[in-house]
Design a protein around this ligand. Structure first.
Ligand SMILES: NC(=O)c1ccc[n+]([C@@H]2O[C@H](COP(=O)([O-])OP(=O)(O)OC[C@H]3O[C@@H](n4cnc5c(N)ncnc54)[C@H](O)[C@@H]3O)[C@@H](O)[C@H]2O)c1
Length: 242
């Protein structure tokens, strides 16, 4: 579901919160009426909140109503790390989790290169250590940067949507970071956000439990609070209109 508008250049995805959530609310009802057995992938921004709105205004199960989430951010991050270590991105494994947006989090505790954490890999292979905060910033700002140059983004999100659809169509059981409704995982309850998930013919088939550090879990909880606040704003406006 890509219907929606863009924030103005320099603005944030949250600027279009109300407008896009209204659109999603209208459309999801029709999608459910005509295609109740569909698996719905939400792309319109702010994507996690839009997914939460769609879930709360339809009868779709959470496994079949998915936010494109942080897969696009993850692909960008893996590419940047792969450039640094000069290894094929397919040999580099890690995720951006949490919000697709400025609050996106990189849990370096589960990021590996050839089975080693990134610091160990760089040290043993005579490479400069990674500037982790700079990489995270580059990743979360990449969408804004592309948008400011060409007025839209398409290839990155297109590649990630196609990856999710392939995993579903071929029942791959591949682990991809997508947005799904959390119900207590990592202490987050009632917020759509991205975690590594098993994707197969039934949509999100499992949320992977990872050994995140305490600091990473705290950041996930903060993201959960932020998404819940935005969701409340989107629904509040609806209540006023109603
Ligand atoms: N999740 C991501 O990583 C990601 C990446 C790129 C774009 N996006 C988001 O996707 C959305 C669309 O981006 P785009 O580049 O395709 O924009 P676009 O302007 O090219 O297309 C949006 C489409 O939505 C349609 N639309 C608008 N209101 C509608 C309504 N009420 N009912 C039906 N259709 C309606 C428009 O007619 C248009 O065809 C934006 O919210 C953008 O921020 C998300």
């Amino acid at each position: 579901m890509t219907a929606g508008t863009y924030p103005k250049a320099g603005g944030s995805r949250e600027d279009v919160l109300r407008e896009n959530c209204d659109i999603v609310r209208d459309i999801i009802v029709e999608v459910e009426r005509y295609a109740p057995a569909a698996i719905v992938l939400i792309v319109a921004n702010p994507v996690d909140v839009a997914t939460q709105v769609a879930l709360s205004h339809s009868g779709f199960r959470k496994t079949r109503l998915i936010s494109a989430g942080t897969l696009v951010d993850t692909m960008r991050l893996v590419r940047l790390v792969s450039d640094h270590v000069k290894i094929d991105p397919r040999s580099v494994s890690g995720y951006v989790v949490g919000e697709h947006g400025d609050g996106g989090l990189v849990p370096w505790s589960v990021f590996t290169i050839c089975g080693m954490d990134v610091d160990t890999y760089c040290r043993l292979n005579n490479l400069e250590p990674l500037d982790k905060e700079m990489l995270r910033r580059q990743v979360v700002e990449a969408g804004h940067s592309v948008f400011s140059k060409k007025g839209y983004t398409n290839y990155g999100i297109g590649a990630s949507i196609s990856r999710i659809v392939r995993a579903i169509a071929l029942d791959e059981k591949t682990v991809l970071p997508v947005g799904t409704l959390l119900e207590g995982e990592y202490g987050v309850d009632g917020a759509v956000m991205s975690l590594p998930c098993v994707i197969g013919r039934n949509g999100v088939e499992q949320i992977i439990q990872c050994d995140f550090s305490d600091a990473e879990v705290d950041q996930l909880k903060q993201s959960g609070n932020h998404i819940r606040q935005l969701w409340a704003m989107a629904e509040e406006e609806q209540a006023v209109i109603g």
